[in-house]
Design a protein. Structure first.
Lengths: 322, 218
């Protein structure tokens, strides 16, 4: 018999049902607004759409604002499940236990950026009495509804297909340099020292592009920084958090043994890079753009300092590199 | 300048409280909207105050289409431009005179000195300062009316809207209210009064009387 239900999973799935119900209402409203909104019109339909836009925006705002932090709860659940799945040592094993886990995780990360983008666009729209982005933001949600829906479907698929009797791989196997997994092949193809150099170079380049106020470059560098940061976290920095040269898991440091530091690292990274992208992609006033720059630099700096701390501490304590 | 352009308002589908109404009110004008209960006078006031949105048409105040303002901006517009005097005063009955008059100023985050000065000024002007700390439910109808007028004027709005302002007043207090209106008119405020009280008809300082019947201007 496959499928696992514990209180946390039931809570998450119940929330999904609530989100789906309200999300569907918002989707219908969004379609109507995207198709028929005419800010110059003084017709009955336009005034009705204005009222519906308030309702739609409130629903979407609360769903997305709750969905974003729930990724941390989702990862926490996976981590909890690793204790009952044979072979799993952390969330990595649970993710790989079914065909849906990896897709779901990748989709969730994409959705964080998309949902945050919608929320920021809404914030800009609300701050202007002419509400210039109303049609765009509802058109955007009409599209966003599908990855939102896919995420919920995949969540149900993942939890209903987990089988406690199946032996799953542990993270040591999945993220081993020696394994034949796609990730391992990618990791073997790059030297970690090159990547670490690129990581710090990118961080400095991001700071420089802020000084030069090159917003497109700033956003582009942030985009590359996401990939390079995740790669260096797995290949290099993670080993210093674990103090084990062969352990490359991006999930174990979410556990209590490592003071849940992973939650902080991923939050810093995602918030930092999102605001970096927002500088170029969210239409904003100069003041708002300045705050995006600063928020991005703050979180990226926290991320870089945090991962660097583990390396420096290890070298100072042990006098050698891993 | 206040402009109602082809306004229709339905609270219930296909029952028109206002039917394709157009009206222009110039700056500094005092207009009396007269008509029986249910004719649509109060609806016109609430649309000018951006308390509701029309079903069709638009309301323009000083070249700004206020009928399309999002709720947060509509509130800002009211705070900066509108003083509203209601038939039943709508005072907060457990607060003092001072506190009631001060309420429109609270969101403005004024410095405490300026805040107190404006409230004191409004109380002095409408002769209610001697009851400053009295809870409003202990006041007479006339005194409550003065508090309501002081509250409507404390933020020095350009537009004063009054909905059946004398409905709860006796003849003497109604006459006092007329005198207060005369003073406000001298200050070049735009004033719109919705009433069916004959006391307002034919007054020398009223610029225009507009009759509303079954949701249309006749």
């Amino acid at each position: 018999m496959s499928g696992i239900l514990n209180p946390e999973i039931i809570a998450l799935l119940l929330l999904d049902v609530v989100f789906l119900f309200f999300g569907f209402i918002a989707f219908i409203l969004s379609l109507k607004i995207a198709l028929f909104w005419d800010s110059n019109a003084t017709t009955k339909r336009q005034y009705t759409l204005v009222k519906q836009s308030y309702l739609g925006a409130v629903i979407i705002k609360y769903i997305l604002a709750l969905k974003i932090p729930l990724i941390l709860f989702f990862v926490f659940i996976l981590d909890e499940l690793s204790t009952i799945l044979n072979g799993a040592m952390c969330a990595a094993g649970v993710i790989n236990a079914t065909p849906y886990g990896t897709y779901l995780l990748v989709l969730k990360i994409f959705n964080i950026y998309l949902f945050l983008y919608w929320l920021y666009l809404h914030k800009v729209d609300e701050a202007n009495e002419l509400q210039p982005y109303t049609r765009i933001k509802f058109a955007l949600f009409s599209v966003l509804f599908f990855p939102f829906l896919a995420e919920i479907v995949l969540e149900f698929a993942l939890f209903s297909s987990l089988d406690v009797n199946t032996l799953v791989d542990c993270c040591g196997t999945i993220y081993s340099f020696a394994s034949q997994s796609y990730l391992s092949v990618v990791m073997r193809s790059f030297g970690s020292s090159y990547l670490v150099g690129l990581f710090y170079f990118l961080f400095l380049a991001i700071i420089m592009s802020y000084v030069l106020k090159k917003e497109n470059l700033f956003a582009l560098l942030n985009l590359v920084f996401i990939v390079v940061s995740l790669a260096t976290l797995i290949m290099f920095f993670g080993t210093y958090i674990y103090e084990m040269p062969t352990h490359h898991c991006p999930f174990c440091f979410l556990q209590k043994d490592y003071n849940y530091v992973g939650y902080f690292l991923y939050t810093f990274l995602f918030l930092g890079t999102f605001h970096g992208l927002a500088v170029a992609f969210v239409p904003a006033t100069k003041k708002m753009q300045q705050s995006y720059y600063k928020t991005s630099l703050l979180f990226l700096s926290l991320y870089v300092l945090s991962v660097t701390f583990y390396v420096v501490r290890y070298v100072l304590v042990n006098g050698v590199w891993l | 300048m206040i402009e109602l352009k082809n306004i229709t308002k339905e609270y219930v589908p296909n029952q028109k409280a206002l039917d394709n109404v157009s009206l222009q009110i110039k700056e500094g004008e005092l207009v009396v909207l007269k008509g029986a209960s249910g004719s649509g006078k109060s609806t016109m006031l609430s649309l000018i105050a951006a308390l509701g949105k029309p079903t069709t048409g638009e309301v323009v105040v000083d070249n700004k289409v206020i009928s399309k303002l999002p709720d947060n901006f509509a509130a800002l517009y009211r705070r900066e431009n509108i003083g509203f005097i209601f038939q039943k005063f709508h005072l907060i009955e457990n607060l003092s005179v001072y506190e009631n008059i001060a309420t429109p100023l609270i969101p403005s985050n004024l410095p405490p000195k300026e805040f107190s000065f404006l409230v004191q000024n409004a109380m002095d002007r409408f002769e209610i300062a001697h009851k400053k700390n009295v809870i409003v439910k202990q006041l007479s109808g006339g005194e409550q009316q003065r508090v309501a007028i002081a509250r409507a004027n404390v933020n020095n709005p350009k537009i004063i809207l009054a909905d059946e302002p004398t409905a709860n007043l006796d003849a003497k207090l109604s006459a006092n209210f007329i005198e207060i209106l005369r003073e406000l008119k001298k200050e070049k405020k735009t004033i719109v009064i919705a009433t069916h009280d004959p006391l307002f008809f034919g007054l020398d300082f009223v610029d225009r009387e507009v009759e509303v019947k079954n949701g249309v201007i006749v």
